[in-house]
Design a protein around this ligand. Structure first.
Ligand SMILES: [Fe+2]
Length: 265
C-alpha cells in the first residue's frame, strides 16, 4: 500500500537511468519529488547518478551512498545523530559546510518496526508563514552571520540567505552544533512554529524515498525502533537550478543582503 503523499510519485522500476525528466521539472518548481521502486542499493545508486553528481561525504561508503542506520553509541557524538535511532529535528544537510550539497536523496530499504516517520517542511512555506505571522522574526533570520553551524571548523551563516532575483535559501540545524546570535535566538519559537505548521509526514516503505532541494526543504525524522535502513545520496544536480526559492518580498531589494551575507549598498 503506497504511503507517499507528496506530489506525484515517480515509479522508477525498469526505467533507469533515462526517466527523470518529470523529476527534473518537479525539483525546479517544487524542490521535491518522491520516488518508489528503488529496492536495491544498485537501483538507488543508478537513480542518484541519473539526477546528480554524487558527492562523497564523511559518512558515505565507497560508492558514495551513505547507509543510514542505528550504529549505537557512536551516534551520541555531536553531529552523528542521523546514525542513531532518536528524533532528528528539522534541518538542512551539511549546514556546517561552506557549500552544502544542493540535492539530497533518501530511500528506505527496510522500514522501522515502529516510528521513523519522515517530516518535511518546505522552506518557502516556512518563509511565507513567518512573513504572514512574524515578519520581525523573518527579518531577523535573514540578518547575516546570526547563526553558526558546526564545531570550531564550522560555518557562520543565517537561517535565510537572500539571493538576487527575489529568491532565498534556507540553512538550519538544531542540534548541539548550532549556535544562534542573541539577535535571533528569541525568535526561535516562532521559527519552530512555522516549521511545524507547514510540516508534512511520510512513512516510507521499502523502495520509497524522496529527493529534495537541500537549500529549500527541511527534513526531520521521528524516533524509531527496529532495524531501519535507508540509503542517502548527496550531490549537485545534473540540470540547472536557480539558487534557493522565490521569496516573499519583505524589504526593498536595494537593502537586502547579498548572497554572501554582506549588506548591499
Ligand atoms: Fe539529515
Amino acid at each position: 500500500m503506497p504511503t507517499l503523499g507528496l506530489f506525484e510519485t515517480h515509479p522508477t522500476t525498469g526505467k533507469l537511468p533515462k526517466q527523470p525528466r518529470g523529476i527534473t521539472a518537479q525539483l525546479q518548481a517544487q524542490g521535491l519529488a518522491t520516488v518508489e521502486g528503488l529496492r536495491t542499493r544498485t537501483a538507488v545508486l543508478a537513480f542518484a547518478q541519473a539526477v546528480m553528481r554524487v558527492e562523497a561525504h564523511r559518512d558515505s561508503d565507497s560508492d558514495g551512498l551513505t547507509t543510514i542506520q542505528d550504529i549505537g553509541r557512536r551516534s551520541l557524538q555531536p553531529g552523528f545523530g542521523g546514525l542513531g535511532n532518536g528524533e532528528l529535528l528539522p534541518h538542512t544537510e551539511r549546514s556546517s559546510e561552506p557549500c552544502p550539497p544542493r540535492l539530497m536523496l533518501l530511500v528506505c530499504q527496510r522500514p522501522a518496526a515502529r516510528g521513523g516517520e519522515v517530516l518535511l517542511s518546505d522552506g518557502q512555506a516556512v518563509h511565507d508563514y513567518l512573513a504572514d505571522h512574524f515578519p520581525a522574526a523573518l527579518e531577523a533570520f535573514a540578518l547575516p552571520n546570526t547563526a553558526f553551524y558546526g564545531d570550531g571548523g564550522g560555518h557562520p551563516s543565517q537561517v535565510f540567505t537572500q539571493h538576487p532575483g527575489r529568491r532565498a535559501a534556507i540553512r538550519l540545524r538544531q542540534d548541539s552544533l548550532a549556535a544562534f546570535s542573541p539577535l535571533v535566538s528569541g525568535y526561535l519559537p516562532q521559527l519552530r512554529e512555522a516549521i511545524g505548521a507547514v510540516q508534512q509526514r511520510l512513512m516510507l516503505e521499502a523502495g520509497q524515498g524522496y529527493l529534495i532541494d537541500n537549500s529549500r526543504w527541511l527534513h526531520a525524522r521521528t524516533a524509531f525502533g527496529g532495524d531501519r535502513i535507508c540509503l542517502r545520496a548527496l550531490g549537485s544536480p545534473r540540470f540547472p537550478m536557480l539558487p534557493g526559492f522565490p521569496r516573499t518580498a519583505l524589504r526593498p531589494e536595494a537593502a537586502a543582503p547579498t548572497a554572501d551575507g554582506s549588506a548591499a549598498p
